[in-house]
Design a protein around this ligand. Structure first.
Ligand code: NDP
Length: 493
C-alpha cells in the first residue's frame, strides 16, 4: 500500500476538509474567507487557453528518431552526424479547420508537426499530410482560413465561401485535388504520410547550401474512410482518432515513419521550369528521388494532454545548425506567425514550458514577461550584451552560409512567375488515380459543392477542365447524380 498523500492548497498548506464549504451554521450562507472554495472555482474558470486558430484539435505522442543513412555531405546538423544516433522527439498530428471539439473523422488536411530535441537546440518540422498547400503567398492566409471557418452571421461553415475563394485562386487546385481524393479522410493519424511541404535548406561543414524537402512515409500504410463510412464513425464517436492512436501506443503497437529528403542544388534551382520555392508545387520524384535518412518510432503516450499536446509549441522558426529556411513565401510568413501564435496562446516564455524546453543548454537575455519562472544560467550581473561579466556570447561556428537573394523589392505577382502552371501537377496526380479513385474524387467534390451558387461552381469547373477534361466531366456527372437523387427524395416526401 502506498503512503497516504495529503491534499494541500496550491501554496502547499495541508487541507483539513475538501468536502464541505465554510458556512455560518449548518443552514447558513458561505463565508468569503473560504479561500479554498474560491481558489477551486477560480481555477476552473481559467482552465482554458485560446485554442489554436488553425490546427486546434490534435493527437500527440513522444518517440525517437534514429539515423539510418549518412546525409552529412548535405547537412552538418548534429542529429544526423552518426548512423544509429537517436534523438528524442514529440509529434502532433491535427486537423486544420475544425475547433477543439470537432469530430476526428472529418475530411480535412492533417497537420504533421515534429519537435526534435537535438543536442544543439530544438528543430521543428511543421508540415502537413500533403506535400503542397492551397496558397503560396502568406498575405492570403488570413482570408483563406476565414473561408474554412464559420460565417459571421450564420455561425456555420460556408461551402460558398470555400469554393468562391478556391475558384478565384487556381493555385489551390493541387491541394484541393488531394483533399477530395481518398487521402483527404484518413482513418487515424498513424496512417498518414508527413511532408515538410515547404522547401527548406541544408548546409554542410564546407558551407555549401542545398535546397531540401522533407518526407515522412507511414510504415502503417494508408487507410482512409469514404464520406459515408466517416458519417457512421462520427455517429459512434467524435474521438475515433484519439481512441486508435492512444490505444495503439499504449498496447505497444508503435507507429513508425521512414524519413526521406529530396535534395536540389542551388544551381539546379535556377533551372527548374517551376518555382522550387512555391509550396503549391512538388518536386517530381523522377527528377529529385527520395533519399532515406532515418526512422521515427513513437513509443510513449503523453501523461497530461493539456501540458504536453495543448501547450506544445511547434514553429518553423526553430532550426538548428545545418538546417535552414528558403525563399518560400509561405514559409517566411509562418516563421513569424507560428511563434507569435504561441506567444499569444501560452505566454512570452512559452519555450520554457517542459514540453517545449530544449534538452540542450538555453542561454539568452530575453528578460521578463509571462511564464518567467526560470532562472538564467549565467551571472546575474550579465543581463545585457555585450557585457564584462561572463554572460553568453555568440559563436561564429554557428553562422549559416549567406543566403543568395536577388531581385528588386516590389509586390511581384505570384501568379505571373515565369514557368508557373497551376494545372500541370494536379493533372499528373489526377492521371495517377485509377477509375474507382477518380469516381470517389468526383463524388466527394460534388457533395462538397452542394448549395454553392451556380456561377461559382462554373468558375471551378473551368479549372477542373483545364486540369483534364475528364475531371470536369466527372464532377458534373456526380453533381447530376446527386441532383437526381434529391428530386427522387423530394418527390417521395
Ligand atoms: P510519383 O509517381 O513518383 O509519385 C506519386 C506520389 O503520389 C507518391 O508519393 C504517392 O505517395 C502519392 N499519392 C498517391 N496517391 C495519392 C493521393 N490520393 N493523394 C496524394 N498523393 C498521392 O510521381 P511524381 O513525383 O511525379 O508526383 C506526381 C504527383 O504525385 C504530384 O503531382 C503530386 O500530386 C503527387 N505527390 C508527389 C509527391 C512528390 O514529392 N513528388 C509527394 C506526394 C504526392 P505514396 O508513395 O505514399 O503512395
Amino acid at each position: 500500500m502506498t503512503d497516504k498523500i495529503t491534499l494541500t492548497t496550491s501554496a502547499g498548506a495541508p487541507i483539513g476538509d475538501n468536502q464541505n464549504s465554510l458556512s455560518a451554521g449548518p443552514r447558513g450562507p458561505l463565508l468569503l474567507q473560504d479561500y479554498q472554495l474560491i481558489e477551486k472555482l477560480a481555477h476552473q474558470n481559467r482552465e482554458r487557453i485560446p485554442e489554436r486558430v488553425v490546427h486546434a484539435k490534435g493527437w500527440g505522442a513522444f518517440g525517437t528518431f534514429t539515423v539510418t543513412h549518412d546525409v552529412s555531405k548535405y547537412s552538418c546538423a548534429k542529429l544526423f552526424d552518426t548512423v544509429g544516433k537517436k534523438t528524442d522527439l514529440l509529434i502532433r498530428i491535427s486537423t486544420v479547420a475544425g475547433e477543439l471539439g470537432a469530430a476526428d473523422a472529418e475530411r480535412d488536411v492533417r497537420g504533421f508537426s515534429l519537435k526534435f530535441y537535438t543536442e544543439e537546440g530544438n528543430w521543428d518540422v511543421v508540415g502537413n499530410n500533403t506535400p503542397v498547400f492551397f496558397i503560396r503567398d502568406p498575405l492570403k492566409f488570413p482570408d483563406f482560413i476565414r473561408t474554412q471557418k464559420r460565417h459571421p452571421r450564420t455561425n456555420m461553415r460556408s461551402p460558398t465561401a470555400m469554393w468562391d475563394f478556391w475558384s478565384l485562386s487556381p493555385e489551390s487546385l493541387h491541394q484541393v485535388t488531394i483533399l477530395f481524393s481518398d487521402r483527404g479522410l484518413p482513418t487515424a493519424p498513424q496512417y498518414v504520410n508527413g511532408y515538410g511541404s515547404h522547401t527548406y535548406s541544408f548546409w554542410n561543414e564546407a558551407g555549401e547550401r542545398y535546397w531540401v524537402k522533407f518526407h515522412f512515409k507511414t510504415q502503417q500504410g494508408h487507410r482512409h474512410h469514404t464520406n459515408a463510412e466517416a458519417a457512421t464513425v462520427v455517429g459512434r464517436s467524435r474521438e475515433s482518432y484519439q481512441e486508435e492512436w492512444f490505444s495503439a501506443i499504449e498496447s505497444g503497437n508503435l507507429p513508425k515513419w521512414t524519413m526521406y529528403v529530396q535534395i536540389m542544388s542551388e544551381a539546379e534551382a535556377d533551372r527548374t521550369s517551376y518555382n522550387p520555392f512555391d509550396v503549391t508545387k512538388v518536386w517530381p520524384h523522377a527528377d529529385y528521388p527520395l533519399i532515406p535518412v532515418g526512422e521515427i518510432e513513437l513509443n510513449r503516450n503523453v501523461d497530461n494532454y493539456f501540458a504536453e499536446v495543448e501547450q506544445a509549441a511547434f514553429s518553423p522558426s526553430n532550426i538548428v545548425r545545418g538546417i535552414s529556411h528558403s525563399p518560400d513565401r509561405m514559409l517566411q510568413g509562418r516563421i513569424f506567425a507560428y511563434a507569435d501564435a504561441h506567444r499569444h496562446r501560452l505566454g512570452t516564455h512559452y519555450e520554457a514550458l517542459p514540453v517545449n524546453q530544449p534538452k540542450s543548454p538555453v542561454n539568452h537575455y530575453h528578460k521578463d514577461g509571462l511564464l518567467r519562472f526560470f532562472a538564467s544560467n549565467h551571472p546575474t550581473d550579465a543581463y545585457y550584451e555585450p557585457n564584462s561579466f561572463g554572460g553568453p556570447t555568440q559563436d561564429a561556428r554557428y553562422l549559416e552560409p549567406p543566403l543568395k537573394i536577388v531581385g528588386d523589392g516590389a509586390r511581384w505577382n505570384h501568379r505571373d512567375d515565369p514557368g508557373n502552371d497551376d494545372y500541370v501537377q494536379p493533372r499528373t496526380l489526377f492521371e495517377l488515380f485509377d477509375a474507382d479513385q477518380k469516381a470517389r474524387l468526383f463524388m466527394n467534390l460534388a457533395e462538397a459543392m452542394q448549395g454553392v451558387p451556380e456561377f461559382i461552381v462554373e468558375r471551378q469547373m473551368g479549372h477542373f477542365a483545364k486540369v483534364h477534361p475528364d475531371y470536369a466531366t466527372g464532377v458534373r456527372r456526380a453533381m447530376a447524380v446527386l441532383a437526381a437523387a434529391h428530386v427522387v427524395a423530394t418527390a417521395a416526401e
